[in-house]
Every structure is written in structure tokens, then in C-alpha cells.
Design a protein around this ligand. Structure first.
Ligand SMILES: *[C@@H]1O[C@H](CO)[C@@H](O)[C@H](O)[C@H]1NC(C)=O
Ligand SMILES: *[C@@H]1O[C@H](CO)[C@@H](O)[C@H](O)[C@H]1NC(C)=O
Length: 188
């Protein structure tokens, strides 16, 4: 009975709280508290893998598909389609855990700011067949780049989170680049 009463009081508290505690910030934004259903437990998953960008050779992982003519490859508007291996360790020969498939484009007129639209399709273990979707800005001059994870499929349904990435090696000769990704996602 006491427990029931406490529940009623908590409910009342939140109802009153919700009704009276919106905060406004001028015309630009308004924030209201919200009760989120906690019936289903959400999980947090952290993943780490290495992205291999191989621009030339027999099996290049990216292809320039659009952009201004008569300019350098990395100028504003240059757009690339990618299908890059994701591995467990930085070495390209280490275990394949997935593929990054999508598009990146030089979207800044002021610096090397990339628009990234990628799906990480996983191929290994529990997450084989599941995927995460990234949509974000990658400022290439930053040591660590943060991008949002905007969704997922399979075991990653309802996923949201972020990735932190940094270049761990790049070859002058082959121009191959290895990028480390730490991904943190919340999902059901
Ligand atoms: C991943 O799933 C596919 C399709 O179900 C299967 O063919 C493949 O062997 C699996 N890979 C691993 C590493 O389990
Ligand atoms: C990823 O996490 C590891 C372990 O916490 C850390 O050493 C590494 O610097 C992180 N990398 C990035 C790109 O954040």
C-alpha cells in the first residue's frame, strides 16, 4: 500500500513538473522535460575497429564519382563512393569485421571538412548482419573527429551514439590511410 502511494506521488510530481517547467531561451529554442518509457532496457555497446582507405592499386576502396573538373581531387565538391574494409587491428591483414559503405564529399569551402554518409555493415560474430549508420562532418585537420551515429539495423535497431576517429597511419607512397574508430551506441 505504501509502495502504491509512493508511486502515485511520483506520478503526480512528474505531471506537475511537466506542466510547469518548460524553459524558454528567447525565440530560438524551448526545452521541456520529457518522461521516457523505461519498460525496455537499453544497452550501451562500444566497438573499436580500423578503417582502411586504399585510393589506388589493383583494388581501390574509393572512387571519385562527382565534383568540379580541372581541380585537385580534394577540392570543394569532390565526392567519393567508398567500400572499405573494417578490421579488428590496424594491420590490413587482420580479421575483417565489417565494411564501411557509402559516400564522402568535400563539403567545406574553408577547410578540409568532409560530409560523411556511411553504413558500417558488420560481418563478424554477434553483429554479423547488423549495421550502423553515420551522418556527420569530419574535419580532417582535427586529430580526433567526432561524428554522430544516427541509426542502425538488426541488433542495432534504434541505435544512436557517436564515433571518435583518428588517423593511425598513412603512407606517403601508396596514400593508404588507416583510421581508428571508437564507436559508442545505445540501442535496444
Ligand atoms: C555472416 O553471415 C553470413 C550470412 O548469414 C554468413 O554467410 C557468414 O558465414 C557469416 N560470417 C561469419 C564470420 O560468421
Ligand atoms: C579509442 O579508445 C582507446 C581505448 O580507450 C584509446 O586508447 C584510443 O585513443 C581511442 N581512439 C580514439 C580515436 O578515440
Amino acid at each position: 500500500m505504501a509502495c502504491f502511494l509512493v508511486q502515485i506521488l511520483v506520478l503526480l510530481y512528474f505531471t506537475v513538473f511537466l506542466t510547469f517547467s518548460s524553459t524558454t531561451n528567447g525565440k530560438f529554442s524551448e526545452k521541456s522535460p520529457m518522461i521516457i518509457s523505461t519498460k525496455r532496457m537499453e544497452k550501451m555497446t562500444r566497438l573499436r575497429f580500423y578503417f582502411h582507405d586504399i585510393p589506388s592499386g589493383k583494388n581501390p576502396t574509393n572512387m571519385r564519382i562527382a565534383g568540379p573538373e580541372k581541380t585537385t581531387a580534394d577540392s570543394f565538391g569532390s565526392t567519393f563512393m567508398v567500400d572499405s574494409p573494417l578490421t579488428e587491428e590496424p594491420e590490413p591483414t587482420s580479421k575483417l569485421v565489417g565494411r564501411a559503405q557509402g559516400v564522402y564529399a568535400f563539403a567545406s569551402q574553408h577547410d578540409a571538412g568532409l560530409l560523411m554518409v556511411l553504413n558500417f555493415a558488420f560481418l563478424e560474430g554477434t553483429y554479423n548482419g547488423s549495421a550502423l549508420s553515420i551522418l556527420g562532418r569530419s574535419p580532417m585537420s582535427d586529430n580526433v573527429r567526432e561524428m554522430p551515429i544516427v541509426g542502425g539495423s538488426g541488433l542495432f535497431r534504434f541505435a544512436r551514439g557517436y564515433s571518435l576517429s583518428k588517423t593511425v597511419s598513412s603512407s606517403q607512397k601508396s596514400r593508404n590511410v588507416v583510421v581508428e574508430y571508437n564507436v559508442t551506441v545505445v540501442h535496444f
